[in-house]
Design a protein around this ligand. Structure first.
Ligand SMILES: Cc1ncc(COP(=O)(O)O)c(C=O)c1O
Length: 480
């Protein structure tokens, strides 16, 4: 374009340009097709054709979702919309109270009181960037975050000057970070994880396009170090990045960290050829207080540990903690001028409220308070397992765990009512501090009563779960 034409084009542009103009019709048209239902239906169809056992998926939320509606022109005057929203929220609150009462299947401690922190709700607290380097955004809570990280560093025995970490959005983010650090340290490393590792580990392998070797498990759910050895020997030329479970999702099995390290060493992997990430999402905060548990400590050659904050600690929003060695983090981080901070986290913006919630509970309970709660959970888990067995129901409880595995209840409505997590023929209850004996009794009484109706006809028998829990824990017709 020559100079003259360029000037004409600019004039035209300026003529049309009104910086305050907005689109005439802001309401997008409604898309009417029922895409979600179709997709779910298709998914179920696909499963039918595959060899996989069809899974029971949750209900389609589109049938119950709360539509966002446009305010009426006179809403401000009538207050109708405010009244409508208040009634929706009040009903929702009631549901939360009821659902909290009947929750047993997920490892969340629902018993907390953060009333003192409601005053902070009015602030957009964001710790974007590195926890140890302030950014230009001043509404942050790094002083709480680093205090919490120091507490965990002490728990897992690493000096303040030797660690790096941050408060994550959840245990999954800790795993994504731990595996990423491992891959940055060993770009051609193979990721080893037991089959019963959380799905986030395999997601990390897919996201980072890493070669991943799935290792078999013992019946307890623990990693089978014989199979681990066999797989290591096949890949001696490549460094090893290993996920060690400090509590598996379904059976609460704790991998033997010492045996994993010993296996690596016996297969010729020196410390500069392996990286261990410990997924302590579930029991990372419980194990340090259990006498016979393998000790998770940075005095051993591990690279990182992560834990979920909303699980054993209890927190209204999902969160977690990730701690790694400072020496590893430089490989991952980049300075960001616009932040005046450093980027070494998975996310950009980071929840600045979560560290304050964690800080609050850690201060109130302390190491001693957690120890007491761990003891209570283990005791209650044994109570549940014993009562299930007394009632003739197959059940297993790993020695270091508060996850009680038992036969999957026949009725999905019962599963939903108690919010049980199920896999194949098994279900579990994770005994957290909010699960007391009264709640367990209510659950057990209801289960026993319902079971007598599910299996009143001799032709319908409870499932055999020996393959999942071992014959000694199975109470089916063949094994009892
Ligand atoms: C062993 C294990 N790792 C990771 C996770 C993921 O944690 P989050 O749900 O906090 O992302 C879970 C969740 O239950 C888990 O059991």
């Amino acid at each position: 374009m020559d100079r003259k034409n360029e000037a004409v084009a600019m004039d035209l542009l300026l003529e049309d340009f009104d910086p305050t103009a907005v689109v005439a019709e802001p309401l997008p048209t409604v898309v009417t097709s029922n895409v979600n239902c179709d997709l779910i239906g298709k998914f179920a169809e696909d499963l039918k054709g595959s060899l996989e056992k069809p899974m029971v998926l949750g209900r389609n939320v589109h049938t119950t979702c709360l539509a966002v509606t446009e305010p009426e022109a006179n809403d401000e005057f009538t207050g109708d919309k405010d009244a409508y929203m208040a009634s929706v929220l009040a009903r929702y609150r009631k549901t939360l109270v009821e659902r909290t009462k009947h929750h047993l299947g997920y490892p969340y401690n629902l018993d907390f009181d953060y009333g003192a922190l409601t005053q902070l709700q009015h602030f957009s607290i964001n710790n974007l960037g590195d926890p140890f380097i302030e950014s230009n955004y001043g509404v942050h809570s790094r002083q709480f975050e680093v205090g919490v990280l120091d507490w965990f560093a002490r728990l897992w025995e690493i000096e303040k000057s030797d660690y790096w970490g941050y408060i994550t959005n959840c245990g999954t983010e800790g795993n994504l970070h731990g595996v990423l650090v491992g891959r940055e340290v060993f770009p051609d490393g193979i990721l080893y994880a037991s089959r019963e590792s959380h799905y986030s580990i395999f997601k990390a392998a897919r996201m980072y396009r890493m070669e991943c070797a799935k290792v078999d498990c013992l019946i307890s759910g623990e990693i089978d170090c014989k199979d681990f050895r066999a797989k290591l020997v096949l890949n001696k030329d490549k460094p090893a990045i290993i996920n060690v479970n400090i509590g598996t999702t379904v059976k609460g099995a704790v991998d033997d960290l010492d045996l994993v390290i010993q296996t690596l060493e016996e297969c010729g992997f020196k410390q500069d050829r392996f990286y261990i990430h410990c997924d302590g999402a579930l029991f990372g905060l419980m194990m340090p207080f259990v006498k016979r548990a393998p000790k998770v400590t940075f005095k051993k050659p591990i690279g990182s540990v992560s834990v979920s904050g909303h699980k054993f600690v209890g927190c209204p929003m999902p969160c977690g903690v990730q701690i790694t060695r400072l020496e590893h983090i430089n490989a991952l981080s980049r300075n960001v001028e616009y932040l005046a901070s450093r980027d070494a986290t998975i996310m950009g913006s980071r929840n600045g409220h979560a560290p304050i919630f964690l800080w609050y509970t850690l201060n109130k309970k302390g190491y001693k308070g957690f120890q007491k709660e761990v003891q209570k959970c283990l005791r209650n888990a044994h109570y549940l397992k014993d009562r299930l067995r007394d009632a003739g129901i197959s059940a297993m409880l790993n020695e270091l765990s508060s996850t009680v595995v038992f036969e999957r209840p026949k009725d999905e409505e019962f599963v939903r009512r108690w919010q049980l997590a199920c896999q194949g023929n098994i279900a579990h209850v994770v005994v957290m501090p909010s699960v007391n004996i009264d709640k367990l009794d209510d659950f057990l009484n209801e289960l026993v009563e319902k079971r007598s109706t599910w299996y009143k006809d001799e032709k319908v028998q409870p499932p055999c779960i020996a393959a999942d829990v071992g014959t000694e824990n199975c109470a089916c017709g063949q094994h009892k």
